[in-house]
Design a protein around this ligand. Structure first.
Ligand SMILES: [Fe+2]
Length: 453
């Protein structure tokens, strides 16, 4: 995973150490630590990064008294509840968030102490009414208010463009230009900026209030994929189910969630019939392409022909820290039978049928050769029979994995979209920013240039 993940990657910022964790979806998780007291704070933990943050904190010998969500996330699942439970941390969010499990609702100006170091909490509504930013010595952790070269969108969850303008003015007032800016999102892989650079170059900071409001509301990006499901998860802390019915999957896809369907069948099967917009990542590639799967917006649905390979994919990916994986019961057969939309292409024989055909052919060949050439060939039939017993007992299938690699089962060049990398796919998946996200991130759309405003 292309992200800083070890305590040694933490950089000194003022008296604190800051460990930024860059999720392929464009989201940012931070760990702030005081080396003297060895107390740390985790901010905006993506559910995929809970294991990573836990390992980093434990490896460094830190404790984790605080886990903070800057706001109600609409584009990714929060790992705050899961992480706080592992460290018995105080879980923090604004009162307006209304999240179950939050144990402290800070007021504007409250401080969180890491040893002798104070981190100031500011209420900064605009992107959402419940938005908090954190101020440490030399750094602003801005969440989804001010982004690098951009600002947050304000078109959902009670966002208010005028409030965002005011919040940015209030928070930035008096902060020196060399203050580091750590945003809640960045879709271009940048880790941080400075307030001086943003004051000079960020087009949104060149606008007066009226133009800012007009520009941010004029061209709202697309809604984040799975937004309703994510809000439920983030507010209620509901665990993502391991399985979902075909009817449930159809409803999710019709609500815009096809971008979160990962099809683990072979390329040939996918070409013959697939859910439009779904990602093709064959079962034998899921571990190697884990970062692509992380870039798929959660909660993610795993699909195969009947559900068996999808379950194997879920089992393979869980130890890699990838959460939010739900198997579609009955696979694409049930999905289509229940009325789900699918694109049909050239017919391809399913992998299960190919295995049956290959196994039967080998048994017949062994019996034939054993009868007419040499009895030793009966061993071939016996070997295949034992292999099928082993496959049934262990729920694995070496023959299937081998056949899946055959040329006719590989993905055509144009099959399905790739699950996408971090910068390109996430904004189109809907996030929280304003400029790049003309395609829809947590950012707003491009403002007019200063000369236009
Ligand atoms: Fe956001």
């Amino acid at each position: 995973m292309s992200t800083a993940t070890t305590p040694s990657s933490a950089r000194a910022v003022g008296a604190l150490r800051v460990l930024p964790l860059l999720h392929p979806q464009g989201c940012r998780t931070y760990v702030l630590a005081d080396e003297t007291s060895r107390q740390a704070l985790a901010l905006d933990v993506h559910l995929d990064l809970v294991d990573t943050v836990e390992a980093a904190v434990r490896d460094a010998g830190w404790t984790l008294p605080y886990v903070v969500d800057s706001h109600t996330h609409a584009d990714h699942p929060s790992g705050a509840g899961a992480l706080a439970a592992r460290f018995a941390s105080t879980r923090i969010a604004h009162e307006l968030a209304g999240h179950d499990g939050v144990t402290r609702h800070p007021a504007d100006g409250d401080t969180l102490h890491l040893g002798d170091q104070a981190v100031t909490v500011r209420h900064a509504p605009g992107h959402t009414p419940d938005h908090l930013v954190l101020l440490a010595e030399g750094a602003l952790f801005a969440g989804d208010t001010l982004l690098i070269g951009s600002v947050a969108r304000t078109d959902f969850l009670g966002g208010d463009a005028g409030q965002l303008f005011d919040s940015i003015q209030v928070v930035l007032e008096g902060l020196p230009d060399d203050t580091l800016l750590y945003p809640g999102h960045d879709y271009e892989g940048r880790e941080h900026s400075t307030l001086g650079v943003e004051r000079r170059d960020n087009p949104w900071l060149q606008l007066d209030r009226a133009t800012f409001v007009e520009s941010i509301t004029a061209n709202p990006p697309t809604r984040p994929a799975n937004m309703d499901a994510l809000l439920e998860l983030n507010r209620r802390g509901t665990a993502m189910p391991e399985r979902i019915s075909a009817d449930g999957a159809i409803a999710r896809v019709r609500a815009g969630g096809s971008i979160s369907v990962i099809d683990v069948r072979t390329g040939g099967e996918y070409a013959s019939e697939h859910i439009p917009g779904s990602h093709l990542i064959p079962l034998d590639q899921v571990a190697a392409r884990a970062d692509e799967i992380r870039a798929v917006p959660a909660p993610r649905l795993l699909l195969c022909r009947t559900g068996q390979r999808a379950e194997m994919a879920r089992t393979t990916l869980a130890p890699l820290g990838i959460s939010g994986l739900t198997v579609i019961d009955g696979g694409i057969e049930a999905y289509v039978a229940r009325g789900g939309d699918a694109v049909k292409g050239k017919g391809a024989i399913s992998l299960e049928r190919q295995v049956r055909i290959a196994a039967g052919a080998l048994v017949a060949l062994g019996v034939g050769l054993g009868t007419f050439v040499h009895p030793a060939f009966y061993g071939l039939a016996g070997f295949v029979g034992l292999g099928l017993v082993f496959a049934g007992v262990t729920n694995t299938c070496a023959m299937g994995m081998l056949i899946a690699r055959m040329p006719w089962n590989r993905a055509p060049e144009t099959a399905g979209g790739s699950a996408g990398g971090c910068a390109a796919s996430a904004p189109s998946a809907g996030g929280c920013a304003a400029s790049a996200p003309a395609a829809g991130g947590c950012a707003a759309s491009l403002p007019p240039s200063p000369t236009e405003s």
